[in-house]
Design a protein around this ligand. Structure first.
Ligand code: ADP
Ligand code: TPW
Ligand code: MG
Length: 585
């Protein structure tokens, strides 16, 4: 039975030693052992009361503990670790303020269907519940609950094994998401018999079981697909997450149907694949008659599946593959719901298609190809522009080439124009290489994703950042330098949010709200921590700097000076800005 006696000596044996009679363990070690038993190797954290020792002990026990400057970025790193590995990423924070800082990333992970567990220390239950003003007092469990998939609190050391098992299963089974685990300070110091403690740990068996679609649903989907004159497949980040790469590729190739990758699904098949319809996006959305959604939601990113973008009044019929049954009919009627995991669903479709499945009408695939070729040809000269100051397209033309030559590198991308243009211009050739602002369009994922991506995969990272976007997590360049991670940050520095040319509408006073210090030297921020800074004003300089940086495998930051007048308001989603009723009158 757990006790909270502090006078007892904890003699946690190393894995090779058998615990001697009467040996004790404690909450700290049980938590670490429970994570390790379930194959979790990394923790992303900011230390402090009451979890400083937890980080130390985790390091002592062989875990990698990456310490950040702000919990939000530790949380984003954990979330992207979850996306990349299908194991929940772990973020560890202190109570109230640290917990709240981590909560943004927990909520963002849940929104994006990334599995992560936010473990936060909390203060004494007796004092919190009577609101008597403990150090960093907050009812964290209650606050976390509506913002994540599940939230648990552990009060007894002998429940830690079960609590961690529940948290892992909740994070990764069904639709993945964020889980909160509340760890009161007293729990960590509780001791119990070492042998009993080890017995209380739980190895989660088959944490995300396959979910096989029912035969009728497969047949219904194929009956519909068979009638299509202008079919389209949309691949979403759920398909990338599922790691059913071969199954997805087989289905796409066998069907011969043009496909559109959502941003984080780019590279499941190479963007240069002949069936890729990215460069004909408007046309395929407007004209498709049957659309197969594979791990993508009909949310704002797809204009909710209706309206002008979908060519209404023409009506599109949807087949939707998703592990979450309640996703069906969320925005429009789903004619053929296919509930199950991506791998099982696309395999079932491919198999039931047999060997004589007809290719889509050539009239349709030719029209898509023509549009795509025309758009690519229109874009090509813009990417070679040598005008000064450098514009987005010229800078992205350089990065496009570099990414093509370095297919293993992860690309992290955030900003407005910097995001929209990079997403369209830079081709990805391997799955789960493009990490970006996701479902919320959240700024601030940059350095957290860069650290998490580098730590989890050991691959180099190219972070393409708007100057505003970078500012949300910029202090983590110290973290990148401290751990000597192979991260090259390229800042598209156009002196502000969207552009640097706005003026205060009053005609005087402060600068405009979207404008930053002109010609800020972000490269010197990197140098402050021992990394390498580059300053690039031309495509040639940019190319040299980024190649050198990526070759070095060292922390580098390239300050790419971009025409401050080149961007558009809100990038390509300016239409979401409300119109002033007064200015319309
Ligand atoms: P995107 O932003 O790329 O369009 P979304 O995040 O909107 O993608 O959608 C991802 C979808 O994938 C979610 O609805 C989620 O439930 C689903 N999903 C995640 N993992 C799996 C899986 N293994 N099998 C099936 N569906 C999945
Ligand atoms: C957490 C609103 C969307 S894009 C953006 C902001 C502030 C920055 C755009 O400027 P940037 O890119 O990065 O310099 P560019 O190339 O267009 O100049 N707070 C959060 N999330 C969002 N999305 C915002 C604010 C926003
Ligand atoms: Mg900018």
């Amino acid at each position: 039975m757990a006790s909270s006696g502090s006078a007892q000596v904890v003699t946690h044996p190393s894995a090779s030693e058998e615990p001697g009679p009467g040996a004790l363990t404690d909450g700290f070690h049980l938590l670490i052992d429970a994570l390790k038993m379930n194959g979790i190797e990394n923790i992303y954290c900011v230390p402090g009361i009451p979890i400083t020792d937890l980080g130390r002990m985790a390091q002592a026990e062989g875990m990698r503990v990456i310490s950040f400057r702000h919990e939000q970025h530790a949380g984003h790193a954990a979330a992207i670790a979850g996306f990349l590995s299908k194991k929940p990423g772990i973020c560890l924070t202190v109570s109230a303020p640290g917990f709240l800082n981590g909560l943004t990333s927990l909520a963002n992970a849940t929104t994006n269907c990334f599995p992560m567990i936010l473990i936060s220390g909390s203060s004494e239950r007796e004092i919190v519940d009577l609101q008597q003003g403990d150090y960093e007092e907050m009812d964290q469990l209650a606050i976390a609950k509506p913002l994540c998939k599940a939230a648990y609190r552990v009060l007894h050391a002998n429940d830690i094994g079960i609590a961690v098992a529940r948290a892992i299963r909740a994070a990764v089974s069904g639709r993945p998401g964020g889980v909160y685990l509340d760890v009161p300070a007293q729990l960590l110091g509780q001791t119990m018999d070492e042998v009993e403690g080890q017995k209380s740990l739980v190895e989660v068996i088959d944490p995300a079981p396959a979910q096989i679609p029912i035969g009728d649903a497969v047949a219904r989907a194929l009956d519909l697909l068979k009638t299509a004159k202008r079919p389209l497949i949309i691949l979403g980040k759920g398909a990338a997450y599922a790691q059913a790469d071969e199954e997805v590729r087989n289905f796409v190739k066998k069907s011969g149907i043009p496909y559109l990758p959502m941003s984080m699904a780019k590279g499941l098949l190479p963007d240069t694949h002949e069936q890729c319809a990215s460069a004909a996006r408007s046309l395929v959305l407007k004209q498709a008659d049957v659309v197969v959604m594979v791990g993508a939601r009909l949310n704002w990113l797809l204009s909710h599946g209706k309206g002008k973008s979908w060519g209404e009044p023409h009506s599109t019929k949807f087949i939707q593959i998703d592990i979450e049954p309640r996703e069906m009919d969320s925005n429009v009627e789903i004619a053929a719901p296919l509930v199950g995991d991506i791998g099982s669903c696309v395999s079932a479709l491919s198999e039931a298609m047999g060997d004589a499945w007809p290719l889509p009408p050539a009239e349709w695939t030719d029209a898509v190809r023509q549009k795509k070729d025309a758009n690519i040809a229109k874009m090509a000269p813009k990417l070679l522009s040598n005008s000064l100051p450098m514009n987005f397209h010229a800078a992205l033309g350089v990065l496009k080439q570099i990414v093509a030559e370095r297919p293993d590198a992860l690309v992290v991308n955030e900003g407005a124009n910097t995001l929209d243009l990079a997403r369209g211009i830079i081709d990805m050739s391997k799955p789960r290489k493009r990490l970006d602002v996701g479902t919320w369009g959240i700024m601030g994922i940059g350095m957290g994703f860069a650290v998490g991506g580098a730590v989890e995969t050991g691959q180099p990272v190219l972070a393409i950042e708007g100057d505003s976007a970078f500012g949300f997590s910029g202090m983590e360049v110290e973290t990148i330098c401290r751990y000597q991670l192979p991260v090259c940050i390229v800042i598209f520095n156009n002196n502000g949010i969207y552009r640097g040319t706005d003026v205060n509408p009053s005609g005087g006073g402060d600068v405009a709200t979207t404008v930053f210090v002109k010609d800020a030297r972000y490269d010197q921020m990197m140098e402050a921590f021992g990394g390498v800074g580059y300053y690039a004003t031309t495509p040639e300089e940019l190319k040299r700097a980024v190649n050198e940086a990526m070759d070095s495998g060292k922390p580098c930051l390239v300050n790419a000076v971009i025409d401050e007048a080149a961007g558009t308001e809100s990038g390509n989603i300016g239409k979401l800005n409300p119109q002033s009723a007064l200015s319309k009158a």
